[in-house]
Design a protein around this ligand. Structure first.
Ligand SMILES: CC(C)(COP(=O)(O)OP(=O)(O)OC[C@H]1O[C@@H](n2cnc3c(N)ncnc32)[C@H](O)[C@@H]1OP(=O)(O)O)[C@@H](O)C(=O)NCCC(=O)NCCS
Length: 188
């Protein structure tokens, strides 16, 4: 079975399974409208945060597991500062996502997370493609995807209707062969 090996450790972070006691930390960032501005959900009230956490804890027990939504824990402080995920959208295509509380924006952390998740998607999950869709106005996230070497592939007009509006989204893709070519240490 293809599964993610967690925690994933980066220079400053540990990407680990969520636990029930993460509720307050999750609520802190996902109740902030500045954080959820370009996300299809939120800002969440306490009931919505509880439902979300229950759903993701249940997803940890699915077999085969298709959704790996992980807490972003700052190693130095042990604080949960955000979330990130890899989710299978087809048998060999994995969708990448991330969000951080606003006090941690602008420190290169999303780039650190995204690079680690891309490696895990190809190494652990044997993905053929990592994809990400991003609102056309979400410049910071677009920049993160560009920095980690993802390639713009398409724009989806009216990709989704959420929060009372249509969302135009860019599709970014990293094919396995491009990732392999840039990973000098990769041995098939
Ligand atoms: C998107 C997000 C994860 C970025 O996190 P981060 O840790 O600040 O990202 P990084 O510091 O790794 O990189 C951000 C890059 O975007 C750039 N950037 C930030 N705001 C920008 C803006 N308004 N316009 C253009 N570029 C911007 C930064 O300068 C940096 O690029 P650089 O290294 O070339 O200078 C964070 O803003 C967030 O959590 N947003 C809310 C949730 C969200 O939208 N998630 C993505 C859904 S697709």
């Amino acid at each position: 079975m293809r599964t993610l090996i967690v925690p994933i450790r980066t220079a400053r972070l540990s990407l680990r399974e969520f636990v029930k006691s993460d509720f307050q930390a999750v609520h802190d960032y996902s109740s902030d409208p500045r954080v959820t501005r370009y996300l299809f959900f939120g800002p969440r009230d306490e009931d919505a945060t509880a439902d979300y956490l229950d759903g993701l804890l249940a997803s940890q027990r699915e077999r085969p597991r298709t959704r790996f939504e992980l807490a972003v824990e700052e190693t130095a402080s042990g604080r949960v500062i955000g979330a990130c995920d890899l989710s299978f959208i087809e048998s060999h295509a994995v969708d990448l996502g991330y969000m951080l509380g606003m006090e941690n924006w602008g420190k290169g952390l999303a780039t650190e997370i995204a690079l680690a998740l891309v490696d895990a998607a190809f190494y652990d999950l044997h993905a053929e493609r990592v994809i990400s869709t991003v609102d056309v106005n979400n410049s910071a996230s677009i920049r993160v995807l560009e920095k980690i070497g993802m390639r713009w592939e398409a724009v989806f007009r009216k990709h989704r209707r959420a929060k009372n509006r249509w969302w135009d989204c860019h599709l970014f893709v990293l094919p396995r062969e491009v990732w392999e070519a840039t990973r000098m240490d990769y041995a098939p």
